[in-house]
Ligand binder design. Structure first.
Ligand code: ZN
Length: 409
């Protein structure tokens, strides 16, 4: 499917340094040294509801990853999926008496609008689960032919025992895995399973649910983890640089995806770094569809909020932190946006070469966007208090904030 339009990334003098980023699998910071084309896969939405601030914070983090890489003069191959058939989507469509494809198309269109408004760089390949089925089926067949699957009533399961590296992404013990599996879409209690956390690869057709021709697997639909693996292997291949998503994807989604890919290809690792963004809370609870405590990007936009202020609200928090959206979050971001716009609207100002270096250093060090914002704040403060005579400075600040932070001043 098509993605969304790209906002231009202004050219900056010099170049940034290689990104050091926190890898969940090793639990520490890694300096990534991608080739001339850096490769990143970010798990996309299940389109049954609008984009909330938790999603936006995740996509903001991986947008920064790309901006740091682009600033090292690399190209970026960015791939994202849309889980456009899955249980939550079908359940919502039934609840609302709506056709599930119409629901998925409407919410995906709204997501594109939100991403465009927030100046998130679009993926080169934006792929739906449904359109990936012709790649998913042979991949599951391959896992089966390698002896890594088993069947329960026509449903094909992946046996985690098939991957000697299973468990390396999340580093969790068996009991923690079992609990998270139950919480996050797995079926650890189902009789007949070899390991309670074994995930479904291909679900046999259910009465009243959509299904597709699965060749030798039978009529059915794909599991969630194998969807991302098929899409990533097609467009990125093994050993790509960053597998990204929210921290709630580390297990089971990214753990299972890595195992599927490693068993299917016989290679390791699936990704060089597994990078996870923190959760956003509202009223003390994680923002989630199931709890209904959501702040939607589209609703704020409809209320006339400048998307640049929403973006600044996201950037004010470190991507790995869990943080809370409060009544103060947006007014603070709007005030900062106002100060910055006023500072760059003057014909001259304090020299900004040092500021550019500070923003680059902050982002290259595990995407420290709060430090980058603080550096811009200091420049804007000096502009306000002392001013300056550098006629190139306001333009340079404006371009740097746009290119590296995705905020148009
Ligand atoms: Zn995924």
């Amino acid at each position: 499917m098509h993605a969304w339009p790209a906002s231009e990334v202004p050219a900056l003098p010099g170049q940034g340094r290689d990104l050091r980023i926190h890898d969940t699998a090793t639990g520490g910071l890694l300096t990534l040294a991608p080739g001339p084309v850096a490769r990143v896969y970010v798990c996309g939405i299940t389109p049954y509801d609008a984009t909330h601030m938790g999603h936006a914070a995740t996509y903001n983090a991986f947008d920064l990853v790309q901006r740091v890489w682009l600033d090292t003069k690399r190209q970026v191959q960015y791939v994202q999926n849309v889980t456009d058939v899955d249980d939550p989507l079908l359940e919502r469509a039934i609840r609302d008496g709506e056709d599930w494809t119409a629901l998925a198309e409407r919410e995906t269109a709204l997501f594109r609008e939100d991403m465009t408004a927030l100046r998130m760089l679009p993926p080169a390949h934006y792929v739906g689960a449904v359109e990936a089925i012709p790649r998913i089926v042979p991949l599951v067949e391959r896992l089966r032919d390698l002896g890594a699957t088993y069947e329960i009533d026509g449903d094909h399961y992946f046996s985690v025992e098939a991957d000697p590296h299973f468990g390396e992404v999340s580093g969790l013990d068996a009991e923690a895995m079992r609990l998270l599996s139950a919480e996050r879409g797995g079926d650890p209690e189902r009789p007949g399973k070899k390991n309670p956390v074994d995930p479904m690869l291909w679900m046999a057709a259910r009465e009243g649910e959509p299904s597709w021709d699965g060749g030798s697997l039978g009529q059915g639909r794909p599991g969630w983890h194998i969807e991302c693996v098929a899409i990533a292997l097609e467009h990125l291949g093994m050993g790509f640089d960053v597998q990204g998503g929210g921290s709630d994807l580390a297990f089971p989604h990214h753990e299972m995806g890595a195992s599927h890919a490693q068993v299917a290809t016989g290679e390791h690792p699936f990704a060089r770094a597994y990078v996870h963004a923190g959760m956003v809370a509202l009223d003390g609870e994680k923002m989630s569809k199931s709890k209904g405590n959501l702040v939607f990007v589209s609703r704020l936009r409809r209320d006339g909020v400048d998307p640049a202020a929403i973006r600044l609200a996201l950037l004010a928090h470190h991507y790995r932190a869990d943080w809370e959206w409060t009544d103060q979050t947006l007014p603070e971001a709007e005030a900062r946006l106002g100060r910055w716009r006023s500072a760059v609207s003057r014909p001259d100002g304090p020299a900004a070469d040092g500021l550019l270096t500070e923003i680059r250093e902050a982002l290259a060090e595990d995407l420290d966007s709060p430090a980058a914002l603080a550096a811009v704040d200091r420049w804007a403060e000096r502009q306000e208090v002392e001013g300056g005579t550098d006629t190139g400075a306001p333009g340079l600040v404006s371009r740097a904030v746009d290119a590296l932070l995705g905020v148009a001043l």
